[in-house]
Design a binder for this molecule. Structure first.
Ligand code: PEP
Length: 254
């Protein structure tokens, strides 16, 4: 399985700064890494058009992700962006179910499921985030909680409609905190999720990936990214530094 590294730029960078970061990144990534690893950037909606134009015109080996999509397809939903609009911008991936959206914007499992269906209908790969709070981990409820989140996220997905999926384990206590989950913790959770998903009719072992996100840095990426079961990383803070992001990419043994 080809590994994937996704940089989630979150609410940072205007479109000019995003272009600069993309170009710097493009010059800094070694060619063989670009070919053997899927490298994805996820800027704000306002930067998607500019970034997509550069990727397409300069034929970069970097792919584009959105950070969010509407649960609605069209209509009177001020401020929303639809999966069709993202498709028209050649967006290949979209993050859904990020804990920041679940917590700050009250997104529940039902909304997340609708977003996943919308993305799939437009051939955009959902990066489905899930993970437990510190309290749930300490109370030993994390596997049940994650199992419920996964069931709700993939509800109603049909084999003939699903192309690719990415499942991103992002323990809430590890996001932006500097506290990274151990490879053992990640393997435990991703093994459970993989087993669960592999029983679903839509599962395709060639295209479905299971990744980790939460305070990934060059100091911890080697162990995480070279584990057989971890297919990649969703990187927040470290993706805003070209130096750190490239070091994370380079830590994958090819
Ligand atoms: C994220 O928000 O998806 C994330 C993993 O952030 P960070 O790497 O900053 O913990």
């Amino acid at each position: 399985m080809k590994k994937i590294i996704i940089g989630n730029w979150k609410l940072n960078l205007d479109h000019l700064e995003a272009i600069q970061l993309l170009q710097k990144l493009n010059y800094s990534i070694e060619e063989d890494k670009e070919e053997k690893i899927d490298i994805v950037v996820s800027p704000s909606h306002t930067s998607l058009r500019s970034i997509q134009t550069i990727i397409d015109t300069d034929k970069l080996n970097i792919q584009l992700s959105a950070q969010d999509v509407s649960q609605f397809s069209e209509g009177p939903y001020t401020g929303e962006v639809s999966s069709h609009q993202l498709n028209k911008l050649n967006v290949s991936y979209c993050i859904v179910g990020h804990s920041e959206r679940r917590i700050e914007f009250n997104e529940n499992d039902e909304i997340i499921n609708k977003k996943i269906h919308n993305l799939i209908s437009e051939d955009i790969t959902p990066i489905i985030c899930f993970g437990e709070s510190l309290e749930q981990r300490n109370n030993d409820q994390y596997l049940d909680h994650i199992s419920n989140q996964i069931d709700a996220a993939v509800k109603g997905l049909r084999k003939d409609k699903v192309n690719n999926l990415i499942f991103a384990y992002e323990p809430i206590w590890a996001i932006g905190t500097g506290e990274v989950a151990s490879a053992i913790d990640v393997v435990e959770v991703l093994s459970m999720v993989k087993e669960k998903i592999s029983e679903k009719p839509f599962y395709d072992s060639d295209t479905v990936r299971f990744i980790y996100g939460g305070s990934v840095t060059p100091d911890n990426s080697h162990e995480l990214l070279n584990s057989k079961i971890i297919d990649g990383a969703l990187v927040g803070g470290s993706s805003l530094s070209v130096e750190k992001f490239v070091k994370i990419i380079n830590s994958i043994d090819l």
